[in-house]
Write a protein of this length. Structure first.
Length: 139
C-alpha cells in the first residue's frame, strides 16, 4: 500500500507542476502581447507585468473555451498610471482594452530635439529611456 500512495502523491505533484508550468507560460505570452499592444498604440507598459483578473468559459464557434483575463498598467503621457486589460484564449489574443485609444492624444507635443549627445539614450515616442547608472565613486 505504501508504494501505491507514493505513486499517487508523485502523480499529484506532477499534475500540479504541469498546471503551474502551463499557467506561467500563458502569463509570459500575455506579457508579450501587452508589450506588443503598448508599442503599437504608443503607450508605456508599467512594471513590465500583467496580473490575472478573470477566468471564464466562453462559447466560440459552438465550443467552450477558457478565456483568461489579465490586467496591467500603462502610461499615456509618461506621468500617469491607467489600467489596461487583455483577454487570451489559449495563446491567442481575444480582446484588448487600452486607455487613450480612439484618436490622437490631446495635449502631447513632441519636444524639440537637442543636439545629438552620444551619452544620452534615444527617445521612442513618449517613453523616456533612462541612462545606465554610473558606478559609485569613493568619498
Amino acid at each position: 500500500m505504501n508504494q501505491l500512495s507514493d505513486l499517487i502523491a508523485l502523480l499529484a505533484f506532477a499534475a500540479v507542476a504541469g498546471v503551474w508550468f502551463k499557467s506561467t507560460r500563458a502569463r509570459e505570452r500575455a506579457v508579450d502581447e501587452a508589450r506588443r499592444q503598448c508599442l503599437q498604440h504608443d503607450l508605456q507598459l508599467l512594471d513590465e507585468t500583467v496580473g490575472l483578473r478573470s477566468l471564464r468559459l466562453r462559447r466560440v464557434d459552438g465550443r467552450r473555451q477558457l478565456e483568461v483575463g489579465y490586467g496591467f498598467e500603462v502610461s499615456v503621457q509618461g506621468d500617469d498610471r491607467q489600467e489596461g486589460r487583455l483577454w487570451m484564449r489559449g495563446d491567442r489574443l481575444a480582446r484588448v482594452s487600452l486607455p487613450g485609444i480612439g484618436g490622437p492624444l490631446r495635449g502631447i507635443t513632441e519636444p524639440t530635439t537637442p543636439a545629438a549627445d552620444p551619452q544620452l539614450p534615444e527617445r521612442h515616442g513618449n517613453v523616456v529611456t533612462l541612462r545606465p547608472r554610473r558606478p559609485p565613486t569613493g568619498h
